[in-house]
Ligand binder design. Sequence first.
Ligand code: NAD
Length: 347
Amino acid sequence: MKVFEEMDSYGHEMIVFARDEKVGLKTIIAVHDTTLGPAGGGTRFWNYATEEEALYDVLRLSRGMSLKNAGARLKLGGGKAVIIGDPKKLKSREFFHAYGRIVQSLGGKYYTAEDVNTNTTDINHMHETTQYVMGTPEISGNPSPFTARGVYKAMKAGAKALYGSDNLAGKTVAVMGLGSVGHFIAEYVHKEGARLKVFDINKDAMNRAVTEFGAVAVGADEILTTQCDIFSPCALGAVLNVNNVKNLKCMMICGCANNVLVDAATGDALTKLGILYCPDYIVNAGGIINCEAEIVDPVYSADAVNKKVDLIYDTTLNIIKLAKDKKISTAAAADEYAMGIILKARK
Ligand code: NAD
């Protein structure tokens, strides 16, 4: 891979390759854009098959963080880090001390948080050697309730745009994935009087939603095609592509999962089908909004975070309008909206 060519095409400012032989640490930290503030984004621990794969992942993810942070109007640029290796074999307190020292050496250009295969214990260990962490359990705590709140607000905004009212009572919401975020989303819409259809590969999670919210459990092969008003993907990314969107029986898609659409063509296909897609990184920004508060606000306050998260409602409506005015998909409109904020700040 020609690294500088890749940096040019994605627009990265800096990529750091670092290692610590003693603990077997290999990491790539990508700072995509710091126009709006220090680069913020989690550290992913993954046993990548090749170094190219790791580099590609960190380039793509860090650019995504620039858009996500800008879209949420945060004082954060975009960054991400990957640690290459088997988390089960490598993880230890000393390992994350070594990683923390590398983050610290960047002098605050990059703030890390948890991501796939890194958790709050690891964050605490990093925090022992670097001040540049977000999402410490002692301060901002679990981000999932904030993420769920943001998705719920976006869903209401989508309903407002579609039906003229943001009331979800009587609507049927199909939730795929009832984990840390999906469960709270189901709770929000249930409390508002929506009907639920749910699927999770974890039977306990699914049964809990059936018991607590009167949800109807559907099968793995049904969740994408079941009749509903709103489909809420809250498990994996890349669940929708140009082929399977034709089978959807919903009016709106709004969930917490990252990278829901396989590609830009899927966004265009949804527009053609008349299905409103609420863009993933706009609606699921509650967690990073909570993280940002920890490092930007003079005193962390969950109430203040909730107020910022609630702005996702207006942002979603703005993006839906932009898409309509420009006759583009909402996914493309989200990119244009977020890039616009960065470009304006640059000027
Ligand atoms: P989680 O691991 O707590 O929950 C995921 C749930 O999805 C689990 O219950 C799991 O059993 C289920 N699942 C896995 N594969 C499935 C499948 N094929 N079909 C149906 N269910 C399946 O994760 P989470 O924190 O709730 O995050 C969910 C998604 O939201 C992820 O894509 C994550 O990247 C994204 N996200 C989370 C946050 C956050 O604050 N936690 C913030 C932004 C984005």
